[in-house]
Ligand binder design. Structure first.
Ligand SMILES: Cc1cc2nc3c(=O)[nH]c(=O)nc-3n(C[C@H](O)[C@H](O)[C@H](O)COP(=O)(O)OP(=O)(O)OC[C@H]3O[C@@H](n4cnc5c(N)ncnc54)[C@H](O)[C@@H]3O)c2cc1C
Length: 629
């Protein structure tokens, strides 16, 4: 932890190496070529070789898509192992499936989790930096969780894995400067209501250099370089003032008339109807920010996607909100699950402090004879019944590890890896299921974590967060961190922090599926060095006037690229079209022989709570197969 930060050396070498690539236009094939121009600096600590989907992960994943191992080669190595359940994917859903299986499958039930990354967690992983001797942590993807009603299923689940005090305590203001309100999560924008937030307008609005509007709400957007009509529309939206003529009934229960109506239109149409926005206003100022929880802009999404999360009914709003966040986001929840599943793999007490303060003992994750095992860096290539699916007693599961293909046997399997690989690797998938999965579209996201030595430049501008509408990313916020394994209980403008840019790829006007393809081509076709350059330039354009110097102030940048980050529910995804069942219901309600389906994408809402609930359902569907045999 005290090793000097290596990123400057890295930066020097990647910039040199990338010179050639910047001189010509790049394609994904160039970037994915022999030399790794893609992955970039991974930070320090346990997650340093697992920043999003690295080049190795991509290559293995694309070998599934391209059918490289279909049919399987003749030299598959049979491990001779048989498990009661094999779980594909070691994200929150896969880990939850393993836990439910161990708890419900009887004392002798054995399960194996196969996960393609070098560490478990899926989208719930973290980055770590060492900045001027301070250890900083930030999330790679999955960030927040909500307080639940204390006797709800989810609250009891949290409790069972050692999350005994879900309401966290956060850093307090420190230092001589007058205090500013800070957010606890990347999505809170605490400064907006307090006049300590900024909107930045650049070349897209003919502003060279860019123009800042500080306190956009307090100023009613006056001074923004936009027409009076746009100003009135956007302000109505920002202030939540709906049109009087707009009749709207908030969905109360999933599947009620209001939710079904919302699922028949786009989110864009919904905003236009409710707030009187023009399509152009939605696409310029709300896209992709307001569809961000579903990965694309409102034009590509079912209007119900905005409400699907609420149907989990967290604890009714407390004064200071129900959203909570560990410094590394839901990484801590994944670690708590592993601690419950394989206690020896996570030394120390069975608590948040235990799992955040100690390293994983990787050697204990996959121990011969153990009732639960997690095998990392293992990409599952195929899951196939041994014989006719309705009568087969077992499955053959092949996976790729360090260039070799292995096979294990299982009496059941939970597919928790997500739609984009499941549809390829389950062999003989019935047409109903194939057609259902064909309606699952996922789009990419890049989470750029930018470690800065201090945030005096923001403080000087009188802001703690901001939004912009062109270039890389759309918003960022200074966060006060939960006091779990955090060295510094105080935060002020002199503190080193990590600013997180969530980069989404929306192409308004194209179909939901096409936007995903285009986004992936863009994200995969851009080298680490090029993104680093763009981020430094973006920060310079926005903050140099306030004393920001990219060379001096940025200590490190980690890119976490998720090729299939978000499920993007198009209209009809949730409740079906023209009397046909919704695709998610087919997969939820009908296991295929000994194979059941999990992952948060089956809910149509990307949320770790759904990852857990889908896992619980999937395991329940398989128990009879395993217990009676
Ligand atoms: C940028 C971003 C921000 C988010 N923020 C939040 C948030 O704040 N709060 C929240 O609750 N949710 C958030 N989410 C949603 C997130 O999806 C869930 O919280 C949760 O982490 C998903 O867990 P999962 O297990 O369902 O899927 P994943 O995390 O995707 O896990 C699936 C795992 O299976 C692996 N896998 C896939 N195919 C194979 C294969 N063939 N072989 C082996 N392994 C395979 C994948 O690589 C992955 O590691 C966010 C998502 C993203 C992308």
């Amino acid at each position: 932890m005290n090793a000097p930060i290596t990123r400057r050396d890295f930066l020097g070498s990647t910039l040199l190496a990338s010179g050639a690539i910047l001189l010509r236009s790049t394609t994904p094939a160039d970037i994915l070529g022999a030399k790794d121009e893609f992955t970039g600096y991974g930070g320090i600590g346990e997650y340093s070789t697992s920043n999003g989907n690295t080049l190795d992960i991509l290559r293995a994943g694309h070998s599934i898509r391209d059918g490289t191992y279909d049919p399987l080669p003749k030299n598959v190595i049979d491990t001779g192992e048989t498990y009661d359940c094999v779980i594909v994917g070691g994200g929150i859903s896969g880990l939850a499936a393993a836990l439910f299986f161990r708890r419900q499958g009887g004392p002798s039930a054995k399960c194996l989790v196969l996960e393609n990354h070098p560490i478990f967690g899926g989208e719930a992983k973290q980055n770590e930096f060492l900045v001027d001797g301070k250890h900083l942590i930030a999330h790679q993807g999955s960030a927040i969780y909500q307080l639940q009603y204390p006797n709800s299923f989810l609250a009891r689940f949290y409790d069972s894995i050692g999350l005994k005090t879900p309401k966290l305590t956060y850093q307090k203001w420190a230092g001589p400067q007058p205090e500013m309100p800070l957010s606890r999560t990347p999505y809170e924008a605490a400064g907006l209501e307090h006049g300590q937030y900024g909107f930045w307008f650049g070349a897209r609005f003919d502003q060279r250099p860019g123009l800042w509007l500080i306190d956009p709400l307090g100023k009613n957007l006056r001074g923004a370089p936009i027409s009076e009509k746009t100003r009135a529309e956007w302000l109505r939206y920002l202030k939540g003032e709906t049109l009087l003529r707009s009749k709207f009934e908030h969905p109360k229960v999933e599947g009620d008339a209001s939710s079904r109506y919302l699922d028949s239109i786009t989110l864009e149409q919904h905003y236009m109807d409710r707030f009187g926005l023009s399509r152009d206003t939605v696409r310029t100022f709300l896209s992709p920010i307001e569809g961000g929880g579903s990965g694309l802009g409102p034009d590509a999404l079912s209007a119900y996607s905005d409400y699907a999360y609420e149907m989990l009914h967290p604890l009714a709003d407390e004064k200071d909100g129900t959203d909570q966040m560990f410094p590394g986001g839901n990484t801590t929840i994944a670690r708590l699950m592993v601690k419950s599943l394989i206690p020896a793999a996570m030394p120390g007490p069975d608590s948040v402090e235990g799992v955040t303060g100690n390293n994983v003992d990787i050697s204990m994750l996959d121990v011969s004879g153990a009732p639960a095992r997690i095998r990392l860096s293992s990409t599952v290539l195929s899951v196939e019944h041994d014989g006719e699916p309705t009568r087969a007693n077992s499955l053959a599961i092949a996976y790729l590890k360090e260039g070799k293909v292995y096979r294990v046997k299982a009496r059941s399997a939970v597919m928790a890896g997500g739609s984009w690989t499941t549809k390829h690797i389950v062999k003989g998938l019935p047409e109903t299921h194939r057609k259902a999965y064909a309606q699952f579209h996922r789009s990419p996201c890049m989470m750029a974590n930018v470690a800065v030595r201090n945030w005096r430049f923001l403080y000087k501008m009188g802001i703690t967060g901001c939004r912009w509408f062109e270039g890389t990313g759309n918003y960022m916020d200074v966060r006060k961190l939960a006091l779990t394994s955090i060295e510094d209980p105080g935060i002020g403008p002199d503190s080193p922090i990590v600013l997180t840019l969530k980069v989404l790829y929306s192409y308004p006007g194209y179909s939901t599926e096409e936007q995903g393809h285009r986004g992936r081509a863009e994200m995969l076709g851009t080298s680490f060095a090029e993104y680093e350059r763009r981020i430094r330039e973006q920060f310079t354009a926005m903050f140099a006037h306030a004393g920001f110097d990219a060379q001096r102030d940025i200590s490190g940048i980690i890119l976490n690229r998720w090729g299939h980050a978000y499920l993007n529910p198009q209209p009809g995804f949730f409740f079906g079209n023209n009397g046909r069942p919704a695709p998610r219901e087919i997969l939820r309600n009908a296991p295929f022989g000994r194979i059941a389906f999990a992952n948060t994408d089956l809910a149509g809402a990307m949320d770790h709570r759904y990852s857990i609930l889908e896992a619980q359902r999937a395991v329940g569907q398989l128990l009879d197969q395993v217990l009676e045999a």
